[in-house]
Design a binder for this molecule. Structure first.
Ligand code: SAH
Ligand code: SF4
Length: 386
């Protein structure tokens, strides 16, 4: 493992706390901001938005002075009122398997973990966080031991992608299949469906064809099962759905994923069946963490197959990733293989997910930043001081 802190010039580039970041806005917000600020005439708003958009989201510039087709006068006006700088990257780690993890500080007390997982070939997925901490306390998850600090803004979600693209040196880079950052998964810290508006706005920006252009079919949102929000997720984002199932009966799922007491398995499955746009080409991914002696018997594999009957589904068996003080152990390799064989026979191909980045605690469910709740009054003081 190599661990290093980025060049301090990055820290100097950090945004003044209160200047709005144009790089974290949707197109509509960007246009409205330009119009409200009297920076553009009505008739030119669309053109000007497109111009700025391509500099920010296609070229990845972090300095208005590089926008060569924007007049000097406008560059200066923009720089006086807004920023397009990145947040501070507090720490960067690279695993021996190529996984990269960044700790990004967007505001006092707000530290976000983001992980890039290289796949075979050039492709790779960026695992982004939607909240700092989580309210849901799943018993096998490290994030669940951290109190919710707050929802991330759309800008903070987008910033994770921007930081990764800076580090992978991929701005304006190769299109489509040949990209290193080819997929986005909302599988970092937090429950994305408790922050749906900001997640949806971030997806709108990240998938925009004139910018980062990651197709919505390559963006997956993982949820522990917030059933009432599933339909809205599908309708507003057209993202791929992943469900953290982990158990096939309510008694066990109530313990592993306490949200199950509110939305039990039958309700969850009904919500999934109604997910907009499901088809064999757009399957739901079911995540199932392998916990020794808890949920890993052959009978449970068969129950899983029964439960998913009739749903266009993929299954991801996740070997449990331990963290300091975790109450479970990972199933043995032979148990995982027997479990997978039952799924294979039922037609689910290669369901075992290889753990990545374990040496830098970057694997699923291991993220837990040191951010702790700061009382709102203290936070306001800190922000004012900045
Ligand atoms: N809150 C969302 C998304 C973040 S968690 C959700 O729960 O789906 C992303 C995935 O990692 C989920 O499937 C989660 O159940 C799984 N996970 C959490 N802790 C884990 C651990 N210690 N080992 C393996 N997978 C874990
Ligand atoms: Fe929250 Fe997901 Fe972890 Fe559960 S598994 S505590 S929902 S981040």
């Amino acid at each position: 493992m190599t661990s290093l802190t980025l060049d301090p010039s990055h820290a100097r580039a950090a945004a003044p706390a209160l200047a709005p970041n144009l790089g974290g806005m949707t197109r509509a917000e960007l246009t409205a901001t330009l119009l409200d600020g009297g920076l553009v005439e009505d008739g030119k708003a669309r053109m000007r938005t497109g111009q700025l958009w391509r500099w920010i989201h296609l070229a990845g510039v972090t300095d208005f002075a590089r926008m060569t087709n924007v007049s000097k006068a406008l560059q200066v006006q923009l720089a006086e009122r807004f920023t397009i700088a990145r947040p501070e990257v507090v720490e960067r780690q690279v695993s021996k398997d190529g996984t990269r993890k960044w700790l990004i500080r967007t505001a006092p007390g707000i530290e976000i973990e983001t992980v890039y997982i290289p796949d075979v070939g050039r492709a790779g997925a960026l695992c982004v966080s939607s909240q700092v901490g989580c309210t849901l306390n799943c018993t096998f998850c490290h994030t669940g031991t951290q109190p919710l600090v707050r929802n991330l803004t759309a800008a903070e979600i987008i910033a994770q992608v921007q930081v990764a693209k800076d580090d992978l040196e991929e701005w304006g880079g190769p299109e489509g299949e040949d990209r290193r950052l080819s997929n986005i998964v909302f599988m970092g810290m937090g429950e994305p469906l408790y922050n749906l508006k900001n997640v949806a706005d971030a997806i709108e920006v990240i998938s925009d064809n004139e910018g980062i252009a990651i197709s919505r079919r390559r963006i997956t949102v993982s949820t522990s099962g917030v059933v009432p929000e599933l339909k809205a997720l599908g309708e507003t984002t057209q993202a791929m759905l992943a469900i953290s199932l982990h158990a096939t009966n309510d008694a066990l799922r109530d313990v592993l994923v306490p949200l199950n007491r509110k939305y039990p398995i039958a309700q969850l499955m009904a919500g999934i069946r109604a997910y907009p746009g499901l088809s064999n080409a757009r399957r739901v991914t079911f995540e199932y963490v392998m916990l020794k002696g808890i949920n890993d018997s052959p009978a449970e594999a068969r129950a899983l197959v029964q439960l998913l009957k009739g749903i266009p589904a993929k299954i991801n068996l996740i070997p449990f990733n331990p963290w300091p003080g975790s109450p479970y152990e990972c199933s043995s390799w032979s148990t995982i293989e027997s479990f997978a064989a039952i799924l294979n026979r039922a037609g689910y191909a290669s369901p075992i997910r290889t753990p990545r980045g374990r040496d830098i605690l970057a694997a699923c469910g291991q993220l837990k930043s040191e951010s702790e709740k700061v009382r709102a009054s203290v936070r306001r003081k800190l922000e004012a001081a900045e």
